[in-house]
Ligand binder design. Structure first.
Ligand code: NDP
Ligand code: MG
Length: 388
């Protein structure tokens, strides 16, 4: 195992923080040479002190100025340009994409074209433009290693298996914060309740996405692109304990599952060390005899319409998943900002997908344009319809 030089996009977030834990546990194996964050300059400054990166991408000229004065030895960049530069520095071996949302796309594409391997947490990138991202990865001979726990599980199960032996993928879902509520009960839920995830501690947007099952929808599309699996061969089951991270089923009916604690450091570290496995420092206690029972239940697609919609947009292909993702980004963030009620998230995603029509094959450039247009449309709807 040779020392890996890492670009960490989204260093101040939940995945970013877990990645810093993994990296600093093995200073002889990993070095963060560049990192980015958006607005959290306090945490960003602490990370610069701790990790001493050569390059830092930030969200505004103001932060660049402020931190540039404090850290004259560091080079700073702003916005998308900063993200792209951080991801494509000459010495970078692998880019860990832990920004949230479709801002991850262009830096990820630039990194792939520069021949960098990708440790992918930013699932929105694959949902928005999976076809082009995977094509570019193949063409430039770079690996895309999953960080998302379900995909890491499937990746580990599939490793060394012949594709022809695969019958289906089974993605597990915890059910999110509101799994035991009826749709009527959902009408009055608050942001605070939505942010209280039963098993995982994560960023705000993905926590909301978990409760609407949008996250699982995005993961279905992510799995389709990562593993080249038809939508008919991707199944989702409710598994409240989040112990089985996902499974594969072979043509003869045998299952292979990956189990472990709900600790994102595991998939993050494996994406960085694959195929080597190393101990996790301060590993969490994990004892199946203490857990005692694992439960699996069918998904209720009427209760979780966003999951049904994921299969619909995924099978339609083209820019349908782009629209689904873009509408959700705007709607979920508007719920976080208190502009709409909880069920309006689904309402606006549904409406955006229904509103979209594709007649000819789209290019990557058009997909990026459709992403922007969808955001504008949904923002307008939110302004017009306001809080229901
Ligand atoms: P967080 O919200 O915790 O962190 C997001 C990071 O991205 C922060 O560093 C933030 O900077 C930065 N950021 C936010 N907006 C922008 C922007 N417009 N431009 C550039 N950078 C920006 O998110 P998570 O860590 O939870 O999730 C990151 C990604 O990983 C998502 O795609 C998510 O779906 C995926 N993922 C997360 C998991 C988890 O356990 N959290 C599990 C599996 C996948 P700042 O702090 O300065 O605002
Ligand atoms: Mg996941």
């Amino acid at each position: 195992f040779t020392m890996k030089k890492i670009a960490l996009l989204g260093a101040t977030g939940s995945i970013g923080t877990n990645t810093v834990d993994v990296v600093t546990a093995y200073p002889e194996l990993f070095q963060i040479v560049s990192l980015t964050f958006h607005s959290n300059s306090e945490k960003g400054a602490a990370l610069i002190k701790q990790l001493k990166p050569r390059y830092v991408g930030v969200g505004s000229e103001r932060i660049k100025k402020e931190l540039g004065d404090r850290f004259p030895e560091v080079e700073f960049g702003v916005g998308e340009e900063g993200l792209i530069k951080a991801a494509t520095l000459e010495e970078v071996d692998v880019v860990l994409t832990a920004v949230t949302g479709s801002v991850g796309l262009n830096p990820t594409m630039a990194a792939i074209e520069a021949g960098k391997d990708i440790a992918l947490a930013n699932k929105e990138t694959l949902v928005m433009a999976g076809k082009w991202v995977m094509e570019a990865a193949k063409k430039n001979n770079v690996s895309i290693l999953p960080v998302d726990s379900e995909h890491s599980a499937i990746f580990q199960c599939l490793d060394g298996q012949a594709q022809g032996n695969l019958k289906e993928l089974v993605i597990t879902a915890s059910g999110g914060s509101f799994r035991d509520l009826t749709r009527v009960e959902l009408e009055s839920v608050t942001l605070e309740q939505a942010l209280n995830h039963p098993n995982w501690s994560m960023g705000k947007k993905i926590t909301i996405d978990s409760s609407t099952m949008m996250n699982k929808g995005l993961e279905v599309i992510e799995a389709h692109w990562l593993f080249g699996t038809d939508y008919d061969k991707i199944k989702v089951v409710l598994h409240k304990e989040s112990i089985v991270h996902s499974m594969i089923v072979f043509t003869d009916g045998a299952y292979l599952a990956q189990l472990g604690p709900s600790d994102m450091r595991e998939p993050i570290q494996y994406a960085l060390t694959y195929p080597t496995r190393l101990p996790i420092k301060n590993e969490r206690a994990f004892d199946l005899t203490q857990i005692g029972q694992l439960n699996f239940e069918p998904m209720d697609y009427d209760r979780f319409p966003m999951l049904a919609l994921a299969f619909y947009v995924g099978k339609k292909g083209g820019a349908y998943p782009t629209v689904y993702n873009a509408a959700n980004e705007v709607a979920a963030n508007s719920f976080i900002d208190g502009k709409i009620s909880y069920l309006q998230i689904e309402h606006f995603v549904q409406q955006a997908v229904e509103n979209y029509q594709e007649t000819t094959e789209v290019t990557l450039k058009e997909v990026i344009e459709i992403d922007k247009q969808t955001r504008t449309i949904v923002e307008r709807w939110i302004k017009e319809e306001g809080r229901l």
